[in-house]
Unconditional design. Structure first.
Length: 311
């Protein structure tokens, strides 16, 4: 019975992670970023606040703007957030599998909304079965202002965004292509880098995308302008997520490139899509349910065998 109970607990713990999400070990990420080193939950990843340019916004700037409001409101809530910084939002990080996605919208529809970009990075969406097949939902060369987010989501200051769709059941992923990034410390090669949400496809083997849960914005209506047509429409957020990308190789490369690991190089809201749990996780959850069922049946049989009946 002890062995059965251990199996049950182990399977359930493997199947579920922090925040109730389907989980496996997140990453891979450089060691100094993981395991809640700055106060977040175990397994969380805290983007670095190093800014080689000196004026770049951080991930918390975007999340503050989306979740808290104006600068004055942000300042008023510093204490409740435990201090303004990237670690303040570790608890909103979606743990585990986030490399493959599937539309949750009607007819396979989903939307991508650009809210910030620290450099000239192009967002791509790819079919998970054919990663080389990409589209560019925000248009080539989408770039924001290094000092802060782009737009406010209002009618007078809309975000750049677009709606798209895949056939229902299609699994896809996100990626960025980085070009023309130069400084005294690093530079991108002539053809740039493409970093996929699936770390196995990345040349450095690292995960270049963090995901933050924005369910607190459920029901919020934002204005978005399509970068191709120029038409402005409204979008209602429902269980949306913020995707935060890092655009340079992490951990240093033989070429001398050094990433700042700040994950502020392209920040987009994804609405109407959600990460797909890996088959192994679903299987483990199923094993956990079977083990619990077996444990329950064993207890019932044991109880019945101990009953005595009066004649």
């Amino acid at each position: 019975m002890k062995k059965l109970l251990t199996l049950t607990i182990s399977a359930v713990m493997l199947a579920f992670g922090a925040n109730g999400a389907w989980a496996q070990a997140a990453g891979p990420f450089p060691n100094q970023m993981t395991d809640g080193a700055t106060g977040g939950p175990v397994g969380s990843v805290t983007p670095s606040s190093i800014s080689y340019g000196g004026s770049e916004y951080e991930v918390y700037t975007v999340l503050n703007t989306l979740l808290v409001g104006t600068t004055a409101e942000q300042n008023a809530t510093k204490a409740s957030l435990g201090g303004i910084g990237n670690a303040a939002y570790d608890s909103l990080e979606v743990q585990g599998q986030t490399s493959t996605w599937e539309s949750t919208g009607t007819g396979g529809g989903y939307s991508v909304i650009g809210v910030a970009a620290g450099a000239t990075n192009t967002l791509e969406v790819y079919d998970a079965s054919t990663p080389g097949n990409t589209i560019n939902p925000l248009g080539l060369g989408f770039t924001g202002t290094p000092g802060g987010p782009v737009g406010a989501g209002t009618s007078s200051s809309p975000y750049l965004g677009t709606t798209s769709s895949f056939p229902v059941g299609t699994q896809f992923g996100f990626a960025i292509n980085s070009l023309n990034i130069t400084s005294t410390i690093y530079s991108t090669p002539a053809n740039g880098y493409t970093w996929y949400s699936n770390p196995a496809l990345n040349s450095d083997g690292m995960d270049h995308m963090l995901v933050y849960n924005l369910s607190a914005l459920n029901g919020t209506v934002v204005y978005i302008t399509d970068p191709i047509t120029g038409i402005t429409t409204t979008e209602t957020l429902e269980n949306a997520d913020l995707l935060a990308f890092e655009d340079l190789p992490m951990g240093g490369q033989a070429t001398g490139n050094i990433s700042d690991m700040d994950f502020n190089d392209l920040d987009v809201i994804v609405n109407g899509a959600a990460p797909v749990p890996e088959p192994i996780t679903v299987a483990l959850f199923g094993i956990g349910l079977l083990a619990m069922a077996g444990f329950s049946l064993r207890r019932k049989l044991s109880f019945l065998s101990n009953l005595t009946f009066a004649g």
